[in-house]
Ligand binder design. Structure first.
Ligand SMILES: Cc1cc2nc3c(=O)[nH]c(=O)nc-3n(C[C@H](O)[C@H](O)[C@H](O)COP(=O)(O)OP(=O)(O)OC[C@H]3O[C@@H](n4cnc5c(N)ncnc54)[C@H](O)[C@@H]3O)c2cc1C
Length: 375
C-alpha cells in the first residue's frame, strides 16, 4: 500500500499495530452489559495510547490503517474507534468553537464517548424520510422522535442527532445537533442485541430541549453534513473489512499448514490452495480501493463519494467471502464460538449494512457514472 501512503503513515501503522497487539488476548465479552463496559474501557485505553489521534487530524489514511489493525485483533475495538469517528467528525467539520472546546479534547483522550443518531425505525437507507422533529422555540430547539440501531446508545456521552427542521423540504430540511446524553427528554429505550458484541440500541427524544447553539452548521444543512461525514468514513469501513479479511487469511494459512487430512497438510490440497489464492487476491484488490479513496480524501477533495462507495462496496463484500472461506478451510473448529474466525464471521456481516448498504453503494456508483463521472 506504500504508493498511497505518506512517510508519517509508517508511524501510524506501527502505533495501531502495537495497540492492536495488546487486544488479541482479550476475551470476547460474554454479555451485552459486559460489551458496554468493555467498549468504555477500550475507548479509555485508545485515548491513553493516542490511538484516536488520526480522527482529530482527519487523516483518513491513518484512520484506515488504525481500523485495519483494530478489526484484525478485535471487531469490538474497531467499532469503538469507528463510532467515535462518527460522533466527532461532524463536530470537526461543522461544529462551533464552544462545541469543539467541550467535546474535542475529551473525545480524543477517550474520556468522552460519541455516537451518531441518524437511523429510525421507518427510515434506514432513505435517510431523507426521518421523522424526528426539531422545532425552534426561542433560543432552543425541541426534539421529538425515535432512533434505532444506534451504536453506543446508552453508553455515549453525546449524540450527533439528525432531525427534521422543515418536514416539507425532505433532505434539505434536515439539521444536525449535538445532544449531551444527560439532556432532559433524551431516553435510552433499550439495547438491541447484535450477533457480535457491539453496544447498539434505541433512543427516544421526548420534548428534548437543546440550545440553538448545539446545532451543527446552518439549519437545513444536516443531511449534507451527514453525507460528507459518511463519504469520509466509508473508506474506513472498507479498511475494517480488510482487517477482518487479513486476520481470516492468517488463521486459514496457519491452519492449512498444520492440519493433515488424506495423508498430507490441507495446504497441499489444491482446492484449499485455490481458496487461499482467491482470499489473498481479493484482499489485495480491496486494500487498493480503500487506500485510493483515503488518499483522495486526504488530498482535500470536497466529495469522495465514488471512490468511497467503491471501496466500501468491494472491501466489505470481499471480506465476507474471505471470512467464509477461512471458516470453510478450518472446518468444524471454525464455527466454534471461541475461534477467532467465528468471531469474524459474526462481525463482518454488519459491514455490508451500516453506513449505507451494498445496494445503496451500487446505486451511488451507478448514479455518478450516469451523470458523467469517470470511474
Ligand atoms: C451494527 C450496526 C450498527 C449501526 N450503527 C448505526 C449508528 O451508529 N447510527 C445510525 O444512524 N445507524 C446505524 N446503523 C443503521 C444502519 O445505518 C442501517 O441499518 C442501514 O442504513 C440500512 O437501513 P435499514 O437497516 O433500515 O435497512 P433498509 O433501508 O430497510 O433496507 C433493507 C434492504 O433493502 C435494500 N434497499 C433499500 N432501498 C433500496 C433501493 N432503493 N434499491 C435496492 N435495494 C434497496 C437495502 O440495501 C437492504 O438490503 C447501524 C446498523 C448496524 C447493523
Amino acid at each position: 500500500m506504500r504508493a498511497f501512503l505518506a512517510p508519517q503513515h509508517e508511524a501510524s501503522a506501527r502505533a495501531a499495530a502495537a495497540f492492536a497487539g495488546t487486544l488479541r488476548a482479550r476475551r470476547e465479552p460474554p454479555t451485552d452489559d459486559a460489551a458496554r463496559r468493555e467498549a468504555r474501557e477500550l475507548l479509555r485505553d485508545m485515548g491513553s495510547d493516542d490511538v484516536l489521534a488520526p480522527i482529530g487530524a482527519l487523516d483518513w489514511r491513518a484512520c484506515c490503517l488504525t481500523r485495519e489493525a483494530l478489526a484484525a485483533a478485535s471487531p469490538l475495538a474497531d467499532a469503538v474507534f469507528a463510532v467515535q469517528g462518527l460522533g466527532l467528525v461532524p463536530i470537526l467539520l461543522s461544529g462551533n468553537a464552544a462545541m469543539r472546546e467541550r467535546w474535542l479534547a475529551p473525545s480524543l483522550a477517550g474520556q468522552a464517548m460519541g455516537a451518531f443518531a441518524m437511523t429510525e425505525p421507518q427510515a434506514g437507507s432513505d435517510v431523507a424520510a426521518i421523522t424526528t422533529r426539531a422545532v425552534r422555540d426561542g433560543d432552543s430547539y425541541v426534539l421529538d422522535g425515535s432512533k434505532h440501531l444506534i451504536s453506543n446508545a446508552g453508553v455515549a456521552d453525546y449524540y450527533t442527532v439528525f432531525a427534521s427542521t422543515d418536514a416539507s423540504a425532505g433532505g434539505r430540511g434536515i439539521s444536525a445537533f449535538v445532544v449531551p446524553a444527560d439532556t432532559v427528554g433524551l431516553r435510552f429505550v433499550r439495547p438491541q442485541l447484535l450477533s457480535s458484541p457491539h453496544p447498539l440500541g434505541e433512543l427516544a427524544f421526548e420534548g428534548c430541549r437543546v440550545p440553538a447553539s448545539h446545532r451543527l452548521g446552518d439549519e437545513g444543512k444536516g443531511f449534507a453534513l451527514g453525507l460528507r461525514t459518511l463519504d469520509r468514513l466509508r473508506a474506513t469501513v472498507g479498511a475494517a473489512a480488510c482487517g477482518m479479511g487479513a486476520r481470516a487469511l492468517e488463521e486459514a494459512l496457519a491452519h492449512a499448514r498444520v492440519r493433515h487430512q488424506f495423508g498430507k497438510p490441507l495446504a497441499e490440497q489444491q482446492l484449499v490452495q485455490q481458496k487461499l489464492a482467491r482470499m489473498a487476491t481479493e484482499l489485495c484488490a480491496a486494500r487498493l480501493l480503500v487506500y485510493r479513496a483515503a488518499q483522495v480524501a486526504d488530498g482535500g477533495a470536497e466529495r469522495v463519494t465514488l471512490e468511497a462507495a467503491m471501496a466500501k462496496l468491494f472491501a466489505t463484500e470481499a471480506a465476507q467471502r474471505i471470512v467464509d472461506d477461512a471458516v470453510q478451510i478450518i472446518g468444524g473448529a471454525g464455527v466454534l464460538a471461541a475461534h477467532p474466525v467465528d468471531r469474524l464471521y459474526r462481525s463482518v456481516r454488519a459491514l455490508r449494512i451500516y453506513e449505507g448498504t451494498s445496494e445503496v453503494q451500487h446505486l451511488v456508483i451507478a448514479g455518478l457514472l450516469l451523470r458523467g463521472r469517470d470511474a
